[in-house]
Design a protein around this ligand. Structure first.
Ligand code: AHG
Ligand code: MN
Ligand code: MN
Length: 334
């Protein structure tokens, strides 16, 4: 008989049967992420034909111009999860405050944090986009969550992953037992298991960073990037530069073929640009599960105790040996 890859639901049912204490609710959650991906991918396939490009005229809590697609993607996440019954709070890069969902509680035990559209500067030019999500369990059984309950270190994540809208649409995630990638089959509307137990190489040949910012970078980061350009056969240098403007797409490349992504702190902005709860934590969980590392340069991303919902963090993420080398430069040890 013809081999057919597992669908997302088949995979979830199998893993649920294999993992003690797994509830149907958690499976619903992953299926609903898949649904959000289908809704957004459906719109993106028509971008340029339907009025979804450009900005809304508003500025978000991050101080950034809101793209129409940021808003559409955020609304899709909120609508789907409001009806899902499985989460009791959602927090998003695009919303100043989280939304509590008393209608889903106490059945819905999970807290969902997301970046609904990643790489939004790519929207109008048909370049890759993504979405990133992070899942925690609401520990309290006697009350609804409060904003404070969402401020948890990444080590406590139960699941995390991303949707990538590239030449195909993918859902890549971990529940702490390896990283799995599913590709959306546009004909059947099913996500099919296409990348099983992704492990990234210990070292890559690619670096991803917005080098236009070089004059604002600390000297350790400058020296590290310079070192990657010096020919050295043994170390596979020079590295190639590949930067898409979409963190999800860049991290996806690293996950499959290795290398390093950097969005460092800057001299006048030591906290950097990327958001700890919506971007760095979930991608750090995925990358660590694939054998890689994620660091601020001095601290493991997953161990940071968040103080605020929209906290930013410098990020160095990718292959283990590449990240360790970057850390040595940042810390002045190389
Ligand atoms: P978002 O679209 O969610 O605001 O994230 C954009 C992020 C990330 O995807 C990307 O790597 C980086 O910001 C690009 O920033 P620069 O344009 O400053 O390079
Ligand atoms: Mn983003
Ligand atoms: Mn975003």
């Amino acid at each position: 008989m013809r081999e057919f890859p597992l669908t997302l639901s088949q995979f979830i049912i199998r893993s649920q049967a294999a993992s003690q204490g797994a509830t149907g609710e958690f499976s619903t959650l992953l299926t609903q992420i898949g649904l959000v991906g289908k809704l957004i991918a459906h719109d993106l396939r028509r971008a340029g034909l339907i009025p979804i490009l450009g900005t809304t005229g508003a500025t978000n809590v991050q101080g950034e111009a809101v793209k129409k697609l940021d808003e559409i993607a955020n609304d899709d996440f909120v609508k789907v999860f409001r009806h899902s019954g499985c989460v009791c709070a959602v927090a998003s890069e695009e919303m100043e405050r989280p939304i509590m969902l008393p209608e889903n509680w106490p059945q819905g035990k999970y807290l969902l944090l997301f970046d609904p559209l990643d790489g939004s500067s790519n929207t109008d030019t048909n370049m890759p986009l993504g979405a990133i999500f992070s899942v925690f369990k609401h520990g309290q059984t006697d009350r609804l969550p409060e904003e404070q309950d969402l401020l948890r270190p990444g080590t406590q994540q139960l699941a995390a992953g991303y949707l990538l809208y590239g030449s195909s649409t993918m859902l890549v995630f971990t529940v702490g037992q390896g990283v799995y990638g599913f590709t959306l089959d546009p004909d059947t509307g099913e996500y099919l298991l296409s990348h099983e137990r992704i492990m990234m190489p210990d070292r890559g040949k690619v670096y991803a960073a917005n080098e236009g910012n070089v004059h604002r970078w600390p000297s350790g980061v400058k020296k590290y990037i310079d070192s990657l350009k010096v020919p050295d056969k043994a170390k596979g240098r020079p590295y190639s530069a590949r930067y898409s403007g979409c963190l999800v797409a860049d991290v996806h490349r690293l996950l499959l073929s290795g290398g390093v992504y950097l969005y460092p702190g800057e001299v006048d902005k030591p906290e950097g640009k990327l958001r700890l709860l919506y971007e760095a934590n979930p991608l750090a969980f995925v990358v660590e599960q694939a054998g890689g590392k994620a660091s601020t340069g001095t601290t493991r991303i997953l161990e940071i105790e968040p103080k605020t919902l929209h906290q930013r963090v410098p990020l160095i993420i990718g292959s283990r040996l590449d990240v360790e080398e970057a850390e040595a430069f940042v810390q002045g040890k190389a």
